[in-house]
Design a binder for this molecule. Structure first.
Ligand code: ATP
Length: 226
């Protein structure tokens, strides 16, 4: 579905990616892993054209994403939940959900079932939600666009344990639904059981791709610092 091959990406003169390879198959939950600063967010920004790759190729269902502006990449069927969640603060929860909606499996009713807190707070302004609720809203909003590939960058970072568990429960539900997903998260205890495959980045390069069961202690020590 998504094929990223040998991309190199720069911030001004400073090179962040030196050859990232990554693929996501239809219906798969793919984990993108690596320690802080190894290039996970930059890879995602490159896929969405936010920090365009300078070389290499990025194709999604055989479309060349490197040729498309970011808004066309979203229209092509990719949905992003960026690090640091972005909702419209002065719209209500419901308005946030419907404003970018596109028809498909994910409807307001299904998103509110996935995140009952959003149903309870549907008329509240987004800015009055807790951080965890805003993250749920960001995920719900991305789902409402019915993306063929959902991309979650640090979906549970910095949230209270109860909320994190609710978000992981929703992610497991997405997997049951066969939602194709690319996910970055530091919590390996939750991430590995839901991942079909993992790719590890080290200093802006892909160093390993495989199934979670093949991720032995040596690899964890070397690349994940656990
Ligand atoms: P984290 O888990 O901390 O978010 P990450 O794996 O997502 O890390 P990136 O944020 O992609 O890593 O960073 C990769 C490299 O690019 C790092 O060396 C980082 O310092 C650098 N970098 C990231 N954003 C910028 C920027 N806006 N300008 C310059 N360099 C940047």
């Amino acid at each position: 579905m998504l094929n990223v091959t040998a991309i190199e990406t720069f911030y001004g003169p400073s090179q962040a990616l030196f050859g990232v390879d990554l693929s996501v198959r239809a219906g798969e939950m793919m984990a993108l892993m690596g320690r802080n600063g190894m290039g996970k967010t930059t890879t995602i920004r490159s896929i969405f054209g936010l920090t365009p790759a300078r070389s290499g190729s990025i194709t999604f269902e055989s479309q060349d994403l490197r040729r498309l502006p970011s808004y066309r990449i979203a229209q092509a069927g990719l949905g992003l939940v960026p690090e640091g969640r972005r909702c419209f603060p002065n719209l209500s929860v419901r308005e946030n959900l419907v404003v970018t909606a596109r028809p498909g499996y994910w409807s307001l009713a299904r998103v509110e079932k996935l995140f009952p807190r959003l149903a309870e707070r549907r008329t509240q302004m987004a800015r009055t939600l807790s951080g965890g609720e805003q993250q749920m809203l960001a995920i719900g909003r991305a789902l409402m666009t019915n993306p063929r590939l959902l991309v979650l960058d640090e979906a549970t970072e910095g949230l209270a344990p109860v909320i994190r568990q609710e978000i992981w429960a929703a992610i497991r539900e997405l997997k049951t639904q066969g939602q194709s997903t690319l996910i970055v998260d530091k919590s390996l205890a939750e991430l590995l059981p839901v991942a079909d495959r993992c790719t590890i980045l080290e200093k802006g390069r892909t160093v390993w791709t495989g199934e979670p069961a093949a991720l032995d202690d040596g690899l964890r020590d070397r690349y994940l610092g656990v």
